[in-house]
Ligand binder design. Structure first.
Ligand SMILES: [Zn+2]
Length: 224
């Protein structure tokens, strides 16, 4: 938000009427009004994705504290997932506020502060242990510190069962996509693949599907 949005090429600040999500991109035909440099398609893509997910959250949760929690988690996941995809880095400036937000929001009606705290410990703890095991067994870093913080933050929102389900789904998607990419020789075996986008996508899946994925990840869990 600070400073205002500006064109990365000519640096001219973008007026509000040229900064309307999705719409402005098409009205400007994908070009800066001042210097005509092409605007990345990623802007309308991220804007449309955010709008679509917020709409689905509203349809799923109605006007409620669960909607507030969902909107905040989803907004951060989009930011973190796209930045990790680009830079292979998950910034603490995005994950630590998300941990705090999750813990704070669990104090509102419908929340469960103990489950939220346990979710942070479960999500971050499992990835921390996997990261340590990878260093000891394979002598290489398998999990970045940012992934540990991110999994903890998601646990703060989804609770300990949600954190386990999220990790289960993200390893499944991660393994599947990596195998396909290596199979088609898009990547080689040694390539570093950012894990954040898988974690973000899996967290969204658990947010929407909840118990269905929790019982898939933990079939022996007693059903209540
Ligand atoms: Zn420009």
């Amino acid at each position: 938000m600070f400073p205002n949005s500006f064109c990365p090429k000519c640096k001219k600040p973008i007026e509000w009427y040229d900064n309307i999500p999705v719409l402005s991109y098409f009205l400007l035909k994908g070009k800066c009004r001042n210097c005509s440099t092409a605007i990345s398609f990623r802007y309308p893509l991220v804007e449309a994705l955010t709008g679509l997910l917020f709409l689905l959250l509203y349809l799923n949760f109605g006007v409620s504290f669960a909607l507030l929690r969902g909107v905040i988690l989803t907004g951060f996941l989009i930011i973190i997932g796209f930045i990790d995809f680009d830079t292979q880095y998950i910034f603490e400036a995005t994950t630590i506020p998300l941990v705090l937000a999750g813990l704070f929001l669990s104090l509102l009606p419908g929340g469960n502060p103990w489950n939220s705290l346990l979710g942070v410990i479960t999500g971050a703890g499992i990835l921390y242990i996997i990261g340590m095991a990878s260093i000891i067994l394979f002598k290489k870093e398998g999990m970045g510190g940012g992934d540990v913080y991110l999994a903890g933050a998601i646990g703060a929102f989804l609770g300990w069962k949600g954190a386990i389900a999220m990790l289960f789904v993200s390893f499944m998607i991660g393994a599947l996509i990596s195998l396909v990419l290596i199979g088609f020789k898009v990547l080689n075996r040694k390539a570093m693949i950012p894990f954040g986008p898988y974690i973000a996508a899996s967290a969204l899946a658990v947010l929407f599907l909840g118990d269905k994925l929790i019982y898939l990840a933990m079939p022996l869990l007693p059903r209540n």
